[in-house]
Every structure is written in C-alpha cells, then in structure tokens.
Design a protein around this ligand. Structure first.
Ligand code: FMN
Length: 328
C-alpha cells in the first residue's frame, strides 16, 4: 500500500486464511474466475473461485489455473443446495482433493457433514448467512468464519431481508467469538472503516470486484455498474438463472418492457453476446452508486485496505485482538 506506510495483519481472519488483509472476494458464479481470484490474492486479499454451476472437471481446471497464477492462499465457493446432493458431492470431491485454503459456502444448511469433512481435510470453512438462525446452524456445524450478508448485497440472498447495520451486531453476538465478515454494499475504504468499527473482522465484496479489469463480467455489465446510482438496484424473488423460482436476489433491473430476458436475473459473462448483457437484469448490490470506474483488482483491494489502517485509523485498528502494526 502506497500511502499508509504500515501493514495491518494478525487478526483471527488473516491468521486463519494466511492473507495480508481480511478483504474477501465473493466467490461469484462465472464471474470470479482464475484471473480475478489470483489478482485479489496477489494483492493481499482472499480470492475465492466461483464454483457454482461448474462441472467437476471445469472446477478442477479453474482451481489449477488459479494455482498457476498465484502462490498465495485462496478459496472456493460452493452452493450445496444448487443442483442437489449428487452434483454437490462431485464438486466437493474436487475441492477435497485440490485443498484450497478456504471453502466458502452459501445456502448450506441441509448438508451438515460437509463442514467437518472440509475441516478434516485442513480447510478453513466460511459460511455466508442473512439471519441469526442460519448463523447458529452454521456454527453448530463447525463453521470457522461467518459472513453477515446484508440485504444490500448483490446476487442471491440467503434470506436477505435484514440490512447490514442491524444484522452485523446480531451475528457478532451469535458467533460466540468466531470472526464475522460484513457483506453488502461495501465498495470503498469508508465502508470498510464503518463495519470494522462495528466489530466486523473483515469484509466480503462482490459487486465492487465485478467492475474490475480481471473479472469475467461482460464489459457492458461492468459499465452498467459504473453508471448505476443507489436508486437503481431492486430486490427480486422471480427467476434467476438455474435457481429455484422465488430465491431472493438483487439486480440492476432491465426495464425494457419488450424483452423477456429482463425478467431473468443473471450475471452476463465476457463470452456472452452483448444482447445478453443488455437485456438481462444484472446481479448487483446497493453499493453501485459508489463505484465510478472499472479498475484493476489490486487497486480495488488497495482502496478497501485503506479502510483498515490509514493514518487516522490506528486507534480503531488497535482495538482488535491480536492486531499488529508494522511500520515500513
Ligand atoms: C454477480 C454476483 C454473483 C454472485 N454469485 C455468488 C455465488 O456464486 N455464490 C455465493 O456464495 N455468493 C454469490 N454472490 C453473493 C456474494 O457472495 C455477496 O453476498 C455479495 O456480492 C455481497 O454484496 P455486494 O455485491 O454488494 O458486495 C454473488 C454476487 C454477485 C454480485
């Protein structure tokens, strides 16, 4: 980091994950591919491969490609409820064999043994939830890190009715000393500072990393995020690609009334036709109004990390257990 002159490290999350900053890239299906994951990891954050929807062979390929691009730790995200137990088990086997540092889970409550299996294989397990009840279940199953997913979040919501300001303190109490990350609308240093002051041990960001050079998102999708204001996202429970009808998600809606694709929530990839990126309602969180350009993932990590420990922030940083400031 160029302007701080010191490094933040040593809280429970950075220790567990072996990373410099407790800044997590959300494992976003199709969007968080090897290039983005490695870029975040190389910049000192925790990159996470979006494993959802990947066939086992493709998942293995993405993990191996990521390993070629970075020697830093990274994670893999799976959504156990998606595709059913057989699909999940096949993906899970790949993860058990490849052993990334972290397994990140979403909609995980009906698969109790996978957390202990992942931990037995040496992985750290993070579970993202949007309610105290779901957090308690994840903790009972052995989760090491809980992510509080506020209703501001882009993409799918695991419940998704509680704003981060209320959810985060409740999950910190429920987590019984386990580290809690904050997610939903976090895009810059001020956001990071705010949630760290509330007791979060780190942040998890999706939308801010969609709008990065290395993400797999279609350029038109990135531009929509840059152009959007805070008024422009919507909470929906209609259809989104492959998910059970009614699963809540947040999108920048397409209001083109002539196009059927506008009813579908999705995340257009660089390989999709421009029409897809123009017509889909695109996954994005309420932080869009604070994203004004597409930047490199390293620049995004650096901006977020400024909220952990820039010059006026030593006091806040020092409040955290085990914190260590090392002056360069
Ligand atoms: C394009 C996109 C795709 C996502 N895909 C996944 C996914 O595959 N698995 C998952 O656990 N969460 C997924 N999420 C949700 C994120 O994990 C996280 O909750 C969210 O991005 C946080 O809010 P933010 O987008 O405002 O930063 C996705 C989010 C976005 C924006």
């Amino acid at each position: 980091m160029s302007t701080t002159g010191f490094e933040f490290g040593g809280n429970a999350v950075t220790k567990l994950c072996g990373v410099r900053y407790p800044i997590f890239l959300a494992g976003m299906a199709a969007i968080s591919g090897p290039k983005l994951v490695a870029a975040v990891a190389n910049a000192g954050g925790m990159g996470t491969v979006g494993g959802l929807r990947l066939a086992p062979l493709a998942l293995r390929r993405w993990i191996r490609e990521t390993k070629e691009l970075t020697d830093k730790p990274f994670g893999v995200n799976l959504v156990p409820s998606f595709g059913g137990p057989d699909v999940f088990e096949a993906q899970f086997q790949v993860v058990l064999q490849e052993k990334p540092r972290m397994l990140s889970l979403f909609y995980a409550e009906n698969y109790p043994h996978m957390i202990s299996r992942a931990k037995d294989a040496g992985m750290v397990v993070m579970v993202q939830v949007g309610s105290v009840e779901l957090a308690r279940r994840a903790i009972a199953q052995g989760a090491d890190i809980i992510t509080a997913q506020g209703s501001e979040s882009g993409g799918h919501l695991n419940r998704g009715t509680i704003g981060l300001l209320s959810l985060l303190p409740s999950l910190i109490s429920a987590a019984d000393g386990r580290p809690v990350l904050a997610a939903g609308g976090i895009t810059n240093r001020d956001d990071v500072r705010t949630v760290m002051n509330m007791g979060a041990r780190g942040v998890l960001c999706g939308t801010a990393f969609v709008a990065c050079d290395e993400s797999n998102a279609h350029p038109l999708y990135k531009q929509k995020i840059v152009d959007a204001t805070v008024d422009d996202t919507e909470y929906r429970t209609g259809y989104s690609f492959g998910w059970k009808y009614g699963t809540p998600h947040r999108v920048i809606p397409n209001r083109d009334k002539w196009n059927l694709l506008r009813h579908i929530g999705g995340g257009a990839r660089v390989i999709d036709k421009p029409r897809m990126a123009q017509k889909l309602s695109l996954y994005a969180g309420q932080g869009v109004g604070k994203i004004d350009r597409v930047v490199s993932a390293a620049a995004r990590v650096e901006e977020l990390a400024m909220g952990l420990a820039d010059d006026g922030e030593r006091e806040a940083v020092e409040r955290f257990e085990g914190v260590r400031l090392r002056y360069a």
